[in-house]
Design a protein around this ligand. Structure first.
Ligand SMILES: Nc1nc2c(ncn2[C@@H]2O[C@H](COP(=O)(O)OP(=O)(O)OP(=O)(O)O)[C@@H](O)[C@H]2O)c(=O)[nH]1
Ligand SMILES: [Mg+2]
Length: 305
């Protein structure tokens, strides 16, 4: 992905356009006024909630604004937008989680049905390939035959090898074979696709725990990253999914997809602020290069600029 920083930012801005319009349309309207007063703060609060930032995070941001006004750090309406951008960036900057440096680096992808797991794996595989890394994909979504085919297609497109079993096979057995193959073939990265599941389905959560145990047994410390993929267009629902999955398995990171075409991108701020789990990647479109490593500074800039 020989991409310029500008091209990267342009795509990010384009992907976040609807959320940007929800937030900035409002902010521009209110900060165009003369006075930095309570009415202005109330309208900002409304804009943040409209973007699905969530109540706790919205209240925190408004409290920070009020405190800054009181300290006379903020004196003009025009200063509100840069202040907010800076506070949002700070909120989304959390320490990285997961372990890095192992070979193979093992990534387990989980999430509810249709969140974007398989597509994200394909895009990730392209990112790694561009970095010169060898990738092995594991088709541990054995629930549907089409799921394995979808992954096989991505493997072909990105030059990644695939470990697969027949549909209906035990997903842990696929993970086991993939770990053996990844180690034996000296792969840099192993990415494991899993079937969509709801956190309320106990047996499926147990199945996921079993997959993790098998992986760890084959390579102690793996999976090095357990990434929950959530559909960003579901807003508040995405925040709840992160909290609930994290109760069953410790997540090291989140992938937020489908931020293009939604005005609910404020959920990204709420997710990180309420859970302190880092966002690793965001999806801003369906094309292979529409997955971006998450950068809090660029994100808040794209959101509010
Ligand atoms: N617009 C947009 N679409 C996306 C993005 N990421 C994924 N999609 C689309 O979302 C749909 C579902 O994606 P999948 O990758 O199949 O989702 P999944 O989580 O693997 O689904 P299951 O395996 O059925 O649980 C596909 O049509 C993708 O093209 C994104 O960032 N933006
Ligand atoms: Mg899938």
């Amino acid at each position: 992905m020989a991409d310029t920083k500008e091209g990267f930012f342009t795509r990010l801005k384009k992907g976040l356009a609807k959320t940007h319009d929800t937030l900035v349309g409002k902010i521009a309207a209110v900060t165009g006024r003369m006075h930095l007063d309570d009415a202005l703060l109330e309208e900002l609060e409304y804009a943040l909630i409209a973007a699905d930032t969530g109540m706790p995070t919205t209240m925190e941001l408004i409290a920070q604004l009020k405190a800054a006004v009181k300290r006379k750090e903020l004196t003009a309406a025009a200063e509100v937008r840069p202040f907010l951008a800076q506070r949002i960036q700070a909120m989304m900057t959390v320490p990285p989680a997961g372990a890095f440096g192992a070979k193979p680096h093992v990534i387990l992808m989980i999430g509810v049905n249709g969140a974007g797991k398989t597509t994200t794996i394909g895009k990730l595989s392209a990112i790694f390939a561009a970095e010169g890394k060898s990738v092995l994909l594991a088709g541990a979504d054995t629930f549907r035959a089409a799921a394995i085919e979808q992954l096989a297609e991505w493997g072909k497109r990105t030059g990644a090898e695939l470990v697969r079993h027949a549909a209906g096979a035990d997903p842990s057995a696929v993970a086991f074979d993939a770990m053996k193959a990844g180690i034996a073939r000296g792969k840099d990265v192993v990415i494991i696709d899993t079937a969509g599941r709801l956190h309320t389905r106990n047996n499926l959560m147990e199945e996921m725990k079993k997959i993790r145990r098998i992986i760890d047994r084959e390579l102690p410390g793996a999976p090095h990253e357990t990434l929950l993929v959530v559909d960003g267009s579901t807003g508040q629902n995405a925040i709840n999914q992160v909290k609930e999955f994290n109760r069953s398995v410790p997540l090291t990171g989140i992938v937020i997809t489908k931020l293009d075409g939604t005005s609910k991108g404020g959920a990204v701020i709420g997710i990180v602020n309420e859970t302190k789990i880092p966002v690793r990647y965001i999806g801003v479109g369906e094309a292979v290069d529409d997955l971006q490593p998450f950068d809090p500074a660029l994100f808040s800039e794209a959101l509010l600029q």
